[in-house]
Design a binder for this molecule. Structure first.
Ligand code: ADP
Ligand code: F6P
Length: 324
């Protein structure tokens, strides 16, 4: 039988996401409810190696539910990519009596949790990233807030684009994944949506679309460009030169990662954070919390990291039909 967990640690790692605080709160309060001690690890794996470890109680997570960012801070840590760094991390956990660890982050952070699990620290991943790009889960904490933030910004750019009868290229986050671009593009009626999973680099097709739109009497032309494709400013210059339609580029950037989490993000964070602690209490390790078919569930980290995910063809086709 697995050794009973007495103390758990919690950290946030990789890019932050709105709702991470709600997840930390859920972890801390669920653990305390189960009679466990909780230690917060600041600045992700870097903070673990630097022993930035604090005791947490119910009050230490008061008033954070509604806030963006992460009160534990986050970081990227190269040293933890090495076996030596991982061994050091596991030793530090043991030194502080941390026998279970909840890691809130993306795929990279889960790879770190996988390594710690193999070194004897029971680790559980909770999906927190605005990109929605974790294959084992249909939802990642932060996505809903990010798409609503971006959608509101795009609506505003669209107003001025229409007044000036311009073309606007609006770049949204997503270095490897086009979910934010697709959702925001559909929600704002964008004429073109460029995502890393599908864009074939055919700029002439974009130019033709802008010209066709003008002929139809369209007063604006919105192109949502995912960060993974990038080059929005130079693309704007080329499109303007080829079409004669004044074109501006707007890069929304990190504002998409901040702000008060939406109700959905707070709810998902609460459920996923709490579930992670239940897994640890049951003696489980090397698992990722996921959301599938309307239910919270979990997968082995090896299995989760081997899964693939792609943009839904139906969603992409509908986006094309509606933009014509
Ligand atoms: P995300 O978790 O959002 O995908 P990153 O990919 O930047 O973000 O990963 C966050 C951190 O997780 C890295 O800086 C590193 O410390 C740790 N990490 C990433 N990949 C690995 C790996 N293969 N092995 C161990 N740790 C890793
Ligand atoms: O959190 C995910 C993400 O926003 C990606 O879409 C983006 O490419 C990346 O983080 C940028 O991260 P940073 O600027 O913090 O390195």
């Amino acid at each position: 039988m697995a050794k009973a967990i007495k103390t758990i640690g919690v950290l946030t790692s990789g890019g932050d996401a709105p709702g991470m605080n709600a997840a930390i709160r859920a972890v801390v309060r669920t653990a305390i409810d189960k009679g466990l001690k909780v230690k917060g690890i600041r600045r992700g794996y870097q903070g673990l190696l630097d022993e930035e470890i604090i005791d947490m109680d119910r009050q230490s997570v008061s008033e954070i539910l509604q806030k963006g960012g992460t009160v534990l801070y986050t970081a990227r840590c190269m040293e933890f990519m090495t076996e030596e760094g991982q061994r050091k991390g596991a030793e530090i956990c043991k030194k502080h009596g941390i026998d279970g660890l909840v890691v809130i982050g993306g795929d990279g952070s889960f790879a770190g949790a996988q390594k710690l699990s193999k070194l004897g620290i029971n680790a559980i991943g909770v999906p927190g990233t605005i990109d929605l790009d974790i294959a084992c889960t249909e939802y990642t904490i932060g996505f809903d807030t990010a798409i609503n933030t971006a959608m509101e910004a795009i609506d505003k750019v669209r107003d001025t684009s229409t007044s000036h009868e311009r073309c606007s290229i609006i770049e949204v986050m997503g270095r490897h994944a086009g979910y934010i671009a697709l959702w925001c593009g559909m929600a704002t009626g964008a004429e073109d949506i460029l995502i890393p999973e599908r864009y074939d680099g055919d700029e002439q097709a974009l130019i033709n679309n802008v010209i066709a739109g003008r002929k139809l009497g369209k007063k604006h032309h919105i192109i949502i460009n995912a960060e993974g494709i990038g080059h929005s400013a130079s693309m704007a210059k080329r499109i303007e030169a080829a079409t004669g339609v004044e074109t501006r580029a707007t890069i929304l950037g990190h504002m998409q990662r901040g702000g008060r989490p939406t109700c959905k993000d707070r709810m998902m964070a609460a459920l996923m954070g709490s579930y992670a602690v239940t897994l640890l209490e049951e003696g489980k390790s090397k698992r990722v919390v996921a959301y599938k078919n309307g239910k919270i569930c979990d997968y082995d980290i090896d299995e989760a990291l081997a899964m693939q995910k792609d943009i839904d063809d139906y969603e992409f086709e509908v986006a094309k039909v509606l933009s014509r």
